[in-house]
Design a protein around this ligand. Sequence first.
Ligand code: FE
Length: 344
Amino acid sequence: MMSVSLITELPEEKMPYLLRSGDGRKYVFGQQVATVIADFKSTGDVLELTTISGGKGETFPLHRHKDAFESIYVMEGKIEFMLDGVNYLLTAGDYVHIPPGIAHAYRMAGHRNRFASYSIKGNLTAIYELLGKPYPYFEHPTTAMNSYSENQLTEASNRADIVFLQDAVQWGKYNSPEESHNPRCVAPYVLENGEGDRLLTGDQLHRILATQENTNGEYIFVASDGPKGEPIVEHFHNHHTETFFCVQGQMTMWANGEEVKLFPGDFLHVPAGTLHSYRLDSHYTKVVGMLVSGLFEPFFRALGEPHETYTFPTEPGPLRMDRVMAIIDELDLNVVAKSPLDRK
Ligand code: FE
């Protein structure tokens, strides 16, 4: 084994790094805690990721972003979410897609709520720095710690891509959508856990929750799950950043030769040029991530087959490496070894 060691705190410059569940820069506002896991410094202006946790009744005011796309993945609890005038009640595994210009707000409805907010182009992590104050603990407080002022909201809208709206949100009523699908264009939408554009690669089910069509090609958002299995090929990308956020089960990852275990809440940043691979290690493991840009989407479509149902199947599907090889020059993919285990 190589002895290089992966950075395990939020770095000040772009590099591969591992953050364990609860690590990151934390800020408290009201009874909510924002934990910044990736920012423009740590990703080289590529993406930002903050998890928000809080208790029942906590809200965030109605607002929109001018240029930023935001992708929200719910990890725990119940979140009332207002998206473009429609209210939804979200639970773990649900996804919200928020293009620029779309009004949104939330209210937490469970006792323990947590979601991940991914974004590009917004400097949105600055909002939490400006509205909150540094917080050294891991769980949200049992009573509100502080409240932000009108001046702080103004400062946030000056420093980050956020416009606060005055309209009142009527909470307490929400839509329960029937089966929903990714639209074929840039639009706001909600996907229930299990939904998304589904592709089966061997024993793993990948759900593309945001396609290039949904993001103007800026990124894709993928949720992958499967049983305990074998490592994927060891590879690197020249152009796109990948992120791996383990939300269920356990997995092993390799980054530039270093082997690390990921458990729920653990995050690995894999910028372009990082040699990497992963293996799912328990019988129900789920990992989600934003990939920036979105150019890698054809890989999943070439390697996998469209999958009708919402869970990974009992019998694995084919792995169409032949189709991947046929378009390898168009894919941002450099395979270095069949397995990271071959290098030992
Ligand atoms: Fe990769």
